[in-house]
Write a protein that binds this ligand. Structure first.
Ligand SMILES: Nc1nc2c(ncn2[C@@H]2O[C@H](COP(=O)(O)OP(=O)(O)O)[C@@H](O)[C@H]2O)c(=O)[nH]1
Ligand SMILES: [Mg+2]
Length: 338
């Protein structure tokens, strides 16, 4: 690129994009997140830049499809922008972070879609609504090439958001399967959304969400059965015995915004609990260790794949088949030489 008027080769590199993202360029942030999704060298470069900056506060919102998570997140964005409310627990820890929430990022995780931008219709409408507001960034994310899949792509994405100077990330996931538990592990506060009726609470319990929930929301509280759902949850929680933090159970009607301020106050209460008890630092420390394990696991997996397609491996299989050696010996030899 000899053209001096172009910013040329530097234009699209992660460093330049991050500078632009910090300056408020949402297109640049979107490209960085595409790099994260895509994996490979560019995704590594993004991680190199963004893990040196403090992460944003992360609120994970999970629950069954149709429970009203997107509608709820939409309302939460509005309330959160007014800042963190004062909490009595927080007064005890006045040294904690900034109270203003000038920008909010929403990540909608879609483990079922192999493509990014695969937001369902409702989410697209929501994106339209906030499209002109540059203090709100909304993006859906799926797995593509990232080493280790979503369990590593999501923490990486959260870091880029933080490195861009956005203090709050709301991460919405569909409450099915292992991904939820992993995304919950990447969150500071995990909100589990259920709807009135027995099925949802039971489903949440089966999916292991009882253990990861810091807050429960019974959304669609305009429908019958909200009190019963709360009762079910309380009973299931009681089976788990005493805990340091007993997850509050809140009612919301996401379509009208009813109960959303209370939900935000409860999130603030949990945050204050984490900060006041030192748990926030501790959990974040454990989280990076988990991330390291995942990275190591993924890298070792790659190494194994390479090994399994090598000539040496093919020969080793022949030796094994002929009964000349045992698999342990072969494994030692292969690992020693790879
Ligand atoms: N009656 C009622 N409907 C709601 C409420 N919250 C969301 N919905 C509706 O439930 C449907 C699914 O909502 P959505 O936010 O897309 O759910 P998600 O799949 O969990 O993200 C939409 O038609 C919403 O309008 C609520 O509190 N009450
Ligand atoms: Mg949704």
């Amino acid at each position: 690129m000899s053209d001096a008027t172009e910013r040329g080769p530097r234009r699209g590199d992660p460093e330049t994009l991050l500078e632009r993202s910090v300056a408020g360029d949402r297109g640049a942030l979107a490209r960085l997140l595409s790099f994260v999704e895509g994996g490979g060298e560019r995704s590594r470069a993004v991680a190199r830049l963004s893990y040196r900056v403090a992460p944003p506060y992360v609120v994970g919102i999970t629950g069954a499809p149709g429970a009203g998570k997107s509608t709820l997140v939409d309302q939460m964005v509005e309330v959160a922008r007014r800042g963190w409310p004062a909490t009595s627990a927080r007064d005890a820890a006045p040294a904690a972070g900034p109270e203003a929430v000038d920008q909010v990022a929403v990540l909608a995780i879609d483990p079922t879609s192999p493509f990014s931008g695969g937001a369902i219709l409702g989410d697209r409408a929501r994106m339209q609504r906030h499209a002109t507001d540059s203090s709100i960034f909304i993006r859906s994310m799926a797995t593509r090439g990232h080493l280790g899949g979503l369990s590593l792509a999501v923490p990486d994405a959260i870091r880029v958001i933080g490195a861009s100077g956005i203090p709050l990330a709301l991460v919405e996931t569909v409450g099915v399967g292992q991904v939820e538990v992993e995304v919950a592990a990447a969150s500071d506060t995990t909100v589990v959304v259920v709807t009135p009726g027995w099925g949802d609470s039971l489903q949440a319990a089966k999916a292991g969400l009882l253990e990861v929930a810091d807050l429960f929301v019974i959304n669609k509280a305009d429908r019958p059965g909200a009190a019963e759902a709360a009762q079910d949850l309380r009973q299931m929680l009681a089976l788990g015995g005493e805990r340091e933090w007993m997850p509050p159970i809140l009612d919301t009607v996401a379509t009208t915004g009813q109960g959303v301020e209370g939900l935000w106050a409860a999130v603030a209460g949990h945050r204050a609990h984490l900060e006041g008890s030192g748990l926030l630092t501790e959990r974040r420390g454990e989280r990076v260790e988990q991330e390291l394990r995942r990275v190591l696991g993924a890298l070792l997996g790659e190494r194994l794949d390479r090994l399994a397609s090598s000539e040496e491996y093919r020969r080793a299989i022949e030796d094994l088949r002929s009964g000349r050696v045992d698999p342990y010996e072969v494994a030692d030899n292969l690992l020693g030489s790879s």
